[in-house]
Design a protein around this ligand. Structure first.
Ligand SMILES: Nc1ncnc2c1ncn2[C@@H]1O[C@H](COP(=O)(O)OP(=O)(O)OP(=O)(O)O)[C@@H](O)[C@H]1O
Ligand SMILES: [Mg+2]
Length: 222
């Protein structure tokens, strides 16, 4: 089943009088349970594409659908609540709230989503191997541990797709491999769709499909 469809999306940024086209017209269809890698040189538009597909940014032209819902024409509030119930996000710098504990960070994600069937906090913390740390604050944890908590937070509302932007970019190789193993299990055991932006070819080995960007266009992946 198709869960995200982007039709002829483009994105341009305007700074002063200069219009910079960042994404050229493209179509992207994502099926349930796909594990997609997005690669390309710095500045090729990977993060921008992730933001447009996930509704964090509006496309300049074109339309994005979740299932059959046109999210581009939705009001900001509706887009936010759709995002909170369908999607999970993982960023390079974890984006945990520093003055909340591990447990409170995940609780917050549960509370702001309208999802009635969200998972138990203990369950998701156990899943990422962080249950003993639920009363810790982010600054008391290593980068790898913080990223595990961010994965637990992304998972708690049972998303259909998790979007990750260079989730191992700030980690050493051992911690990076452990995080990639969690992604593999998310896809393989939990059936969650994944869209992963990465610079590392090694991280692509579990992907079911790779989208290669160059200058804001999809080009064949070598
Ligand atoms: N908010 C913005 N305003 C203006 N230009 C932007 C904005 N965000 C991105 N850009 C421009 O869009 C282009 C693509 O940026 P993007 O962050 O998507 O690249 P990227 O492929 O993720 O690069 P990296 O690998 O370095 O993270 C860049 O030229 C960047 O300067
Ligand atoms: Mg980027």
């Amino acid at each position: 089943m198709e869960i995200i469809r982007a039709n002829q999306i483009t994105k341009s940024y305007v700074v002063g009088k200069v219009v910079t086209p960042v994404l050229r017209p493209m179509d992207i269809h994502i099926q349930e349970g796909e594990y997609i890698g997005i690669v390309g040189p710095s500045g090729s538009g990977k993060t921008t594409l992730l933001y447009v597909l996930s509704g964090l940014e509006q496309p300049t032209t074109g339309v994005v659908y979740y299932d059959s819902t046109n999210i581009t024409e939705k009001k900001e509030d509706d887009r936010i609540s759709l995002r909170q119930s369908y999607l999970g996000f993982i960023f390079q710098f974890y984006n945990l709230i520093q003055n909340l504990t591990v447990e409170e960070n995940i609780q917050l994600a549960k509370v702001i989503s309208s999802k009635k069937d969200s998972l138990e906090i203990d369950h998701v913390l156990e899943w990422v191997g962080m249950k003993e740390y639920k009363h810790y604050y982010p600054h008391q944890l290593s980068g790898g541990m913080q990223q595990r908590v961010a994965i637990a937070r992304a998972l708690v509302n049972r998303p259909k797709v998790i979007f990750a932007d260079e989730p191992t970019g700030n980690l050493d190789s051992k911690n990076g491999q452990d995080i990639m193993e969690l992604f593999r299990r998310l896809h393989h055991e939990e059936g969650v769709g994944i869209v992963l932006v990465t610079h590392s070819l090694e991280n692509l080995k579990d992907c079911t499909r790779v989208i290669q960007l160059k200058d804001g266009q999809i080009v064949p992946h070598e």
